[in-house]
Design a protein around this ligand. Structure first.
Ligand code: G6P
Length: 614
């Protein structure tokens, strides 16, 4: 989703901004632009619909001399993707240029009021309203830009990360945030701004995470200043950016998605490191240990998440219920926040989010906190909003995920849920120590077993050719394999644009069975678990209706081999760990089908990696 880059300093402003925008491409966008302030104070805005490379082409013959600048990738919310709706937006007098992520909810009200004062609007965006409002206040009150920004933000309802530059003020950027990420990078006599740290990782690893309702005053030659919306100065906490440049490269793979699929043996090892110790006898998750009492006394756990994280959460529910005996509910964060949820102080709310920035999940956290619940975060991006807003939590530590379709973050989340369930079970005594050790011992072998599963790559690539032109897919699973079916279907539709539905296998007879014919492939996740016999009969039901079947089975399975058109054999693991293995072939299948169709797997149409608006 929209990304912001900013720079003030002696380096090439244009290069820092354009390369920074390229780093943010993974978030998803449909237009890009930048505003440059020249040493003499001239302000130029350049923008283009489509890729950052279009903006580069557009800028080729432009005046790029600058000492400060802001840039933006836009993911359309108000107004279609177009050159004019792209950011930055000028104020009507051309004195200010502003970029903005998020949504100004009361923009129509503000727009009407400004129109009454004679302001004219040239775009359909809420962003133009914000810049006009700031400029109206600046000129009416004859105040400094920072004061006008503060005054304007006091009138704004909604979510934003914004940055603004001013004509005649060549070394200053004013930026602010509320519910949308913003990070300042501190260099030597240069300062950077980003929606995350990726645009400036090669220049500095010193960062300041701007908090909600804070305004950052970035001036060349002066230390960064943070003020709140009342105008008082706040403390600047400089942190270390936990990111390296090699993590942002493809490392020889044609796409980030394939790299991330193949990274999983390593990312799972990283996630386990230091957490399962003494060969599986002890599980150390500080986030759980430090709040032991909360977990011991919890009446109920509610997990809130979106997208792939919601699928991982469904597995979290089964793991926590099976191992800890605590009732667990899983909610879409977007539904939870508007459902008037009944929450008591003895409930634990777990918020799961790869990016740590998803707007609906953040809002769900605020509601849970306001009702006195203990809120636990499971995130990947260190320092993101969700880990900062929650009382405690666990990072999945799988490194930056660039491909829009989540792969290694999904297995990382499932792994963290497994370790959480084991850690809580150990505290509660809800599982026998020998059983904990058996599962934890197997968990230590999971990275190697994932590596073994990845050897299916060539078979899956060949198999994908048969199904590239299927129009619909059904994914079925039961128990632990049901969320895997949902996730497999989501992966396929996200990147290949083939309609795919995930279903609990037994529910098939209540509707989807009507769709089955020779044109409708069914992927069945059928490892040897306590529901195996049941799923064999589901396989038979599909077969007897002429459907073609791709089955994911445990090594050595002969029963399903006789029924299915294709089988992909995966290593045998305890039932609760099967999702960490069975999800791997589904990731590869969707990847290869999308590649066969010539789709852009890393940046699928209309999707965003970090969904910072409702
Ligand atoms: C977007 C992404 C998905 C992701 C979902 C939730 O839709 O494209 O891959 O699962 O957001 O994101 P989160 O960062 O909260 O896990």
């Amino acid at each position: 989703m929209c990304g912001i880059v900013g720079y003030v300093g002696g380096g090439s402003v244009y290069n820092v901004l354009i390369n920074g925008l390229k780093r943010l491409e993974y978030r998803g966008y449909d237009s890009a632009g930048m505003a440059l302030v020249s040493p003499g104070g001239d302000l130029h805005v350049y923008k283009a619909k489509g890729k950052v490379s279009n903006l580069e082409d557009f800028c080729a013959d432009k005046n790029l001399e600058a000492v400060a600048g802001i840039a933006h990738t836009r993911w359309a919310t108000h107004g279609e993707p177009s050159d004019s709706n792209a950011h930055p937006h000028y104020s009507e007098d051309g004195e200010l240029a502003l970029v903005h992520n998020g949504t100004i909810e009361n923009y129509q009200l503000l727009k009407d009021a400004l129109a009454q004062h004679g302001c004219k609007f040239h775009t359909e965006t809420d962003t133009e309203v914000l810049v006009q409002l700031i400029e109206y206040i600046r000129t009416t009150n004859e105040c400094e830009l920072v004061d006008a920004v503060r005054e304007a933000l006091n009138q704004v309802v909604g979510a934003y990360a914004m940055a603004v530059v001013e004509k005649g003020n060549p070394d200053t950027i004013i930026a602010a945030r509320k519910s949308s990420p913003l990070v300042v990078g501190i260099g030597d006599d240069e300062t950077f701004l980003g929606s995350d740290g990726t645009p400036f990782i090669e220049y500095t690893n010193k960062v300041v995470y701007v908090d909600d309702d804070q305004i950052a005053v970035i001036k060349r030659g002066e230390p960064l200043k943070l003020i709140n919306l009342k105008g008082s100065e706040e403390k600047v906490n400089v942190k270390k950016l936990e990111l390296s440049i090699t993590q942002l490269e493809k490392g020889g793979y044609p796409h980030f998605m394939l790299k991330e699929i193949f990274e999983q043996p390593n990312t799972l090892t990283d996630s386990i490191r230091g957490r399962i110790v003494e060969g599986g006898r002890r599980i150390i998750l500080n986030g759980v240990m430090d709040h032991k009492d909360k977990f011991l006394n919890a009446n109920r756990i509610i997990i809130v998440a979106c997208g792939t994280s919601w699928h991982a959460s469904l597995l979290g529910k089964q793991l926590l219920q099976d191992m800890c005996g605590i009732p667990v509910e899983v909610e879409y964060a977007s539904e939870f926040r508007y459902s008037n949820p009944v929450i008591t102080p003895r409930d634990i709310v777990i918020a799961v989010s790869q990016s740590g920035e998803t707007a609906d999940t953040l809002a769900a956290i605020q509601i849970a906190k306001s009702k006195g619940a203990f809120v636990y975060g499971v995130s990947n991006v260190v320092g993101a909003s969700i880990p900062r807003e929650t009382h405690s939590g666990t990072y999945i530590h799988v490194g930056p995920e660039i491909g829009v379709a989540s792969t290694k973050a999904f297995t990382g989340q499932v792994l963290v849920f497994t370790m959480m369930a084991l850690a809580i079970a150990q505290i509660k005594g809800s599982m026998e120590q020998k059983d904990i050790e058996a599962v934890a011992g197997c968990l230590l072998r999971i990275p190697d077993l994932v590596k073994e599963t990845l050897r299916l790559n060539d078979d899956i690539q060949r198999l994908s050719l048969i199904y590239t032109y299927a129009r619909n897919f059904l994914y079925l699973g039961r128990g632990y394999s049901y969320p895997v079916a949902l996730e497999g279907a989501l992966k396929l539709k996200e990147i290949s644009y083939i309609h795919a539905e995930g279903y609990p296998a037994a529910e098939m007879k209540h509707g989807p069975i009507a769709l089955i014919d020779s044109e409708m492939p069914t992927v069945i996740i059928a490892p040897k678990d306590h529901l195996y016999e049941k799923i064999v009969s589901n396989v038979q039901q599909v077969k007897s209706r002429g459907g073609s079947i791709i089955a994911i089975v445990t090594k050595g399975d002969t029963t399903i081999r006789e029924l299915a058109n294709h089988v992909l054999e995966v290593p045998d693991v305890p039932e609760c760990l099967t999702p960490l293995i069975t999800s791997i072939p589904l990731q590869l299948l969707s990847y290869y089908i999308a590649i066969n169709k010539g789709k852009n797997v890393d940046m699928p149409r209309n999707l965003a990696k970090s969904v910072t608006v409702e």
